[in-house]
Design a protein around this ligand. Sequence first.
Ligand code: NAP
Length: 262
Amino acid sequence: MIKICVAGAAGRMGSTLIKEAVARGYTVVGAVEGKGNPNVGKTLREAGICNSDVKIVDPSHLEDAAKEADVYISFTTPEAEVENLPIVANLGKRIVMGTTGLTVEQMQKIKDSISKKVPAVISPNYAIGVNIMFQLSKTLARLPPDYDFSITEVHHTGKKDAPSGTAKKLGEIISEARKYTTTVYGREGINPRKPGELEILSIRAGGVAGIHDLIVAGPHEMIRIEHTAFSRSVFAQGALYASEWICKQTKAGIYSMEDVLS
Ligand SMILES: NC(=O)c1ccc[n+]([C@@H]2O[C@H](COP(=O)([O-])OP(=O)(O)OC[C@H]3O[C@@H](n4cnc5c(N)ncnc54)[C@H](OP(=O)(O)O)[C@@H]3O)[C@@H](O)[C@H]2O)c1
C-alpha cells in the first residue's frame, strides 16, 4: 500500500485526507504543519486525527518526514508550497498538491522547480464531479455568442482565497473558448453587463465545503450546472486517487486531474 507524507496535516483538508487514507489502508509515514502550529510535536493520535504514532513536525524537518513516503500530499498555503515543494522534489518524491490561491508567479516558480524532477499532480479541485464539470463547460462554450456565462461559488468563512481556484479554472476554460477579455467579480450601482465579460461571484458563509454553479443564459433559455461537495471527503478521495495514479507515472512533469481521469 502507498506510503504518504501529508503537509497541512492538522488543517481542514489535511486531517480529512489522513482519515480517508487510513480507512483505505494507506500508511502515513510523515506529517508536516506550519511552524508555530499548536499540533507540532504531537503525534497524529494526540492531535485527534488518527490512531498513529507519527509525529507532526514543522517544515524544518520536512526532509525527514518525507523520506520514506511514496507521495507527498499537500494542502497548505501558497507561501508554504513555494518553500516546501522544491525540497520534496529534490528528494525525488512524487507530489499531489491541492493548495489554491497561488499567484501566477508562485505557480510558475513551483512548476520550474519540480517539473523536471518528479511526476506531480496539481489541481484546484480533486472532486471527480468538478472535473467532469470542467469538461462540460467546454461543450457549453460552443453555444451562440448571445449566451452569457456566469459562475458563482460558495465556501466556508475560513476560506482565504477568492474566487476559489475552481471558479478561476472554470473561468479560464470559458474565457479561452468564448474569447472573453474581462472578468467581473461582482456588481454594484449602475453597472450593466458588457460584451466580452465573464462574471464570477464569491460568497463566504458558515461551513459550506464547496458549491460551484455555472449559469449559461441565452435570450430564451438557461442551463445551470451545479456541483455541491457534501464534505471535504470528496476532495480527499480524489487526491488519494491521484496519488495512486501518480505512483504509476515514470515521467517527470506536471499533470492535471484531467490526465488522472483520462
Ligand atoms: N484542490 C482541492 O480539491 C481543494 C479542496 C479543498 C481545499 N483546497 C485548498 O487547500 C488549501 C488548504 O485548505 P484548508 O481548508 O485545509 O486550510 P487550513 O485548514 O487552513 O489548513 C492548512 C494547513 O496548512 C498549514 N501550514 C501552513 N504553513 C505550512 C507549512 N509551511 N508547511 C506545512 N503546513 C503548513 C496550516 O497551519 P497554520 O494554520 O498553523 O498556519 C494549516 O494547518 C487551501 O488553499 C484550499 O483552498 C483545495
